[in-house]
Design a protein around this ligand. Structure first.
Ligand SMILES: [Zn+2]
Ligand SMILES: [Zn+2]
Length: 156
């Protein structure tokens, strides 16, 4: 099922890119729009699949290059979740945490209650300058619970 990206999220990312003076070609724009969908973070292959439906001539290389540029600019975060492929998170301006399906690797944004009060006592900071914290809730998504998704490829 193809879900149209949330308008606010698209604007946020595309607007940020415009403000930076990033040259917004049709291809770059499609990648940015696809990424900003629904607070679900996609793999490069998923971004490519969705981008191609809007712009059939786009290549996988262009998608990878664009994702890497966005990551280098700090406008998109790369998120590694265990053995699976990296996922791309466009929501860099609002603090949030993640819900991860251990079966299919789906990753989405969540705002858990009580997370704002999570603190690391000074004794446990070990001299680090703390920058941020990312909480990952792990479980199985509705599709995997329903048995609708094939088992993940064996690791290693
Ligand atoms: Zn799943
Ligand atoms: Zn996120």
């Amino acid at each position: 099922m193809f879900v149209e990206p949330a308008v606010e999220a698209v604007d946020a990312l595309v607007e940020r890119l415009k403000r930076r003076g990033w040259r917004l070609t049709a291809q770059r724009r499609v990648v940015a729009e696809v990424l900003a969908g629904e607070h679900v973070h996609l793999t490069a292959d998923e971004v490519y699949g969705r981008a191609r439906r809007r712009l059939p001539e786009i290549s996988l290389a262009t998608v990878y290059n664009t994702l890497n540029e966005l990551v280098d600019m700090g406008e998109v975060l790369e998120i590694a979740t265990g053995d699976g492929p990296k996922r791309y998170d466009p929501n860099t301006t609002v603090a949030h945490h993640h819900l991860h399906c251990v079966s299919c690797g789906a990753l989405r944004d969540v705002n858990p209650e009580g997370a704002d009060r999570l603190v690391l006592p000074p004794r446990q900071q070990h001299g680090f300058e703390l920058l941020d914290v990312d909480i990952v809730f792990r479980g199985r998504c509705p599709r995997c619970r329903a048995g609708a998704v094939a088992a993940p490829a064996a690791a290693g």
